[in-house]
Write a protein that binds this ligand. Structure first.
Ligand code: ZN
Ligand code: ZN
Length: 524
């Protein structure tokens, strides 16, 4: 029994080599030749469930990306690449959908299906590697009445300079400094906590904590807007959203350039976000009495048969109601931390390590399942999120008498599938790393591509950009007989990696040999 398990050793070797231990098999069909083969895609290529080697690799890439942009001394080049055929095709489709919707609208037909199709297309346009929206910068899909618009907080405003770089300072010895900032922002208190656990759970504001977590990313957006307005330049950032012990999300942000601390404090205090969603203070449908679905109409009141207002109708009602207030207003808490950091110092390194520290963890990873107090805290938090609408499409809207955006049959309050409601996300389902567009010259994909190119070059293999639409990828169903068992696939990956490693070592030895003979030549 003291002997190591062979199967475990393979996994350990794989981990040591940075090989994915939970690869996902895909069937790759070559559209030129019709040939199909099974290719393992590292689990890290998908958003969910990263194995330790993939998580570690992603973390390293993030660190490189963070380091590259923080103290940038020259404006990053941001010339977008020309669109490819697939991207053009998608935008073409989107144009058709736009016109069809307008035509349906003019004819007095329902535009719900087309609106949903347009939403899907917009998403696909983004996932096909295009930024932004085909309509350009819009302030939201509906034009709100002036009263509903977010007020700009009372803050000083500088004239905008066309730069993304911070100021430099020159010391008396002529040396140039390029200071940047590292800022930590938290949410307000919801009640007293001891080591992350509410001391009086009954009085802890779980509802407030749940709503703040759900809308946290919008507050961060507002903060950046205000920051840029006050700083007077196009401030860039690299930020990580992390859980605090009390389970509230908080934010660490590396900011390029610097601002006086007093101004930064003023911005933090003045920043807020108003959530203009329909009210949820009256529970209209609950228990067995739930809205019923009718084909061609949507959800109806089960007693009167009256159609519930659609999402857009509910928003219009809200606009017309002068008494209505926002559903929620979110602000930062009193606790924050501001540090000034110089390029290339050990402080900068510490901050970068800090920023990538939590990237491999989920919001609830630090929760000890054996600690009943922590478990109870998570349960109460999850319960507070259960009926809270997480987005316009959340089925929970039915509880408050509104049809969710894009309503479809089978929806029921309390049964939203969105990550936001799950105990491992606790309201925050957004991205964990937020990187502004002009942070560095490279996106994460380009950083990945860099490493790939480097390895391929070192191996003397061609890295010509393959036609991106040459291959069709299909996920392989579980238990497909063509997929070798995981152990066999891992052995192959380990073999492959060993081959690479040996080859790299040889190249390195050759390079060292050349260096040595060059030095010797000079000495002679
Ligand atoms: Zn993996
Ligand atoms: Zn939801």
């Amino acid at each position: 029994m003291a002997m190591p398990l062979a199967r475990k050793v393979v996994e350990e070797l794989a981990k040591q080599y940075g090989v994915c231990i939970r690869p996902i098999p895909f069937r790759r069909i070559d559209s030129h030749t019709g040939q199909a083969d099974i290719v393992d895609v590292p689990c890290g290529a998908t958003l969910e469930a990263k194995c330790p080697p993939c998580a570690k690799r992603n973390q390293q890439l993030r660190k490189a990306q963070c380091r590259e942009g923080w103290h940038l001394a020259e404006e990053p080049a941001n010339t977008p690449k020309p669109a490819d055929d697939h991207q053009r095709y998608l935008v073409g489709l989107r144009a058709d959908a736009q016109v069809w919707r307008e035509q349906a609208d003019q004819a007095g037909d329902s535009t719900d299906d087309l609106a949903a199709a347009i939403d899907d297309l917009d998403e696909e346009i983004n996932s096909a590697g295009m930024r932004g929206n085909v309509l350009g910068r819009t302030t939201g899909k509906r034009s709100r009445s002036t009263r509903r618009r977010q007020d700009a907080p009372d803050l000083p405003k500088r004239k905008m300079a066309k730069t993304t770089l911070g100021r430099t300072f020159t010391g008396s010895d002529g040396k140039t400094f390029r200071p940047s900032m590292f800022v930590t922002l938290t949410l307000p208190s919801y009640g007293r906590v001891n080591n992350g656990i509410p001391t009086d759970p009954d009085r802890y504001d779980y509802a407030g904590a749940a709503r703040d977590a759900l809308h946290f990313s919008k507050l961060v957006d507002r903060f950046v807007q205000n920051l840029r307005r006050v700083a007077g330049f196009d401030v860039q950032y690299f930020a990580a959203v992390e859980p605090q012990k009390r389970l509230a999300p908080h934010l660490h942000m590396a900011i390029r350039g610097t601002l006086p601390r007093a101004e930064l404090r003023q911005i933090i205090a003045a920043t807020y976000h108003q959530v203009w969603w329909p009210p949820t203070d009256v529970i209209r449908f609950d228990g067995d009495r739930l809205p019923v679905w009718a084909e061609d109409c949507g959800y109806l009141d089960p007693d009167t048969g009256e159609m519930l207002p659609t999402w857009y109708e509910a928003l219009n009602q809200l606009d017309q109601d002068d008494e209505a207030g926002p559903l929620h207003v979110i602000r930062f808490g009193q606790q924050h931390d501001i540090q000034s950091v110089l390029a290339g110092t050990s402080d900068a390194d510490t901050c970068i390590r800090y920023l990538s520290k939590y990237l491999t963890k989920s919001i609830s990873d630090d929760i000890d399942p054996d600690d009943p107090a922590q478990r109870a805290h998570v349960e109460r938090f999850t319960e507070a999120l259960r009926f809270e609408p997480c987005s316009p499409t959340c089925p929970n809207w039915l509880r408050y008498g509104v049809q969710p955006k894009g309503a479809k049959p089978g929806m029921a309050p309390g049964r939203c599938k969105s990550k936001a409601h799950k105990p491992e996300h606790l309201g925050y389902a957004g991205r964990r790393v937020l990187v502004s567009r002009k942070w560095s010259n490279k996106t994460l994909t380009e950083h990945k591509q860099d490493r790939r190119t480097w390895v391929l070059e070192a191996l003397g293999l061609p890295d010509k950009p393959a036609d991106p639409h040459r291959y069709v990828w299909r996920q392989v169903p579980n238990g497909d007989a063509n997929v070798p068992p995981i152990a066999v696939r891992l052995l192959r990956s380990v073999h492959e990696r060993q081959r690479w490693r040996n080859h790299m070592n040889q190249l390195q030895a050759q390079a060292d040999g050349q260096d040595l003979s060059a030095t010797e030549g000079r000495a002679a």
